[in-house]
Design a protein around this ligand. Structure first.
Ligand code: FES
Ligand code: FES
Length: 180
């Protein structure tokens, strides 16, 4: 049994401690916002926060994550109003569904460390392999997210996407508090 905190809730995985955190999150906890791309640390699609650091969840086992605080894209913001989410929509810097969650997680961890990152810092912090053409817009969006986070700018709410906020942030049975 491996215990950790996922999106603010205590979780125990009844899985081999060598299981990659990515698999446990997706297959056992049904937190499928964290994407399985290469599985080898290259693509960045599986990025989560581990104790506030952006880490590729395919490269860390649940044994190594024991006792740590994990945040996935589902836990970043329950209503999609994180400054990075707002700024990516506003700047139309949206990638495909595989790449976007990892980019949001990497950018949000960066802004926690450095409220006003330089272009070089942004490029270094977003290691995702593919950006399918939005490189300049992505940098602009993350700079803008920093201004929003520092309350120097506001962005109006993005239009509601196809699924409800409640469904996107739904509780899942596997993420239940330990009974004892
Ligand atoms: S799936 Fe983890 S880096 Fe690609
Ligand atoms: S493959 Fe996802 S943005 Fe290119």
């Amino acid at each position: 049994m491996t215990s950790m905190t996922v999106n603010g809730r205590p979780v125990r995985f009844r899985m081999d401690p060598d299981t990659p955190l990515l698999w446990a999150l997706r297959d056992a906890a049904n937190l499928t916002g964290t994407k399985y791309g290469c599985g080898e640390g290259d693509c960045g699609a599986c990025m989560v926060h581990v104790d506030g650091e952006a880490l590729r969840s395919c490269l860390i086992t649940i044994g190594e994550a024991e006792g740590r605080f994990i945040t996935t894209i589902e836990g970043l913001s329950r209503d999609r109003t994180h400054p990075v989410q707002q700024a990516l929509v506003a700047e139309q810097a949206i990638q495909c569904g595989f790449c976007t969650p990892g980019i949001v997680m990497a950018a949000s961890a960066l802004l926690e460390k450095s409220g006003s990152p330089s272009e070089a810092e942004i490029k270094a912090a977003i290691p995702n392999l593919c950006r399918c053409g939005v490189y300049p817009r992505l940098v602009r969006a993350i700079e803008r997210a920093g201004r929003v986070a520092r309350r120097q700018e506001r962005i109006s709410a993005a239009p509601v996407p196809g699924i409800s906020v409640e469904d996107a942030a739904r509780d899942v049975p596997a993420i239940s508090a330990p009974q004892d």
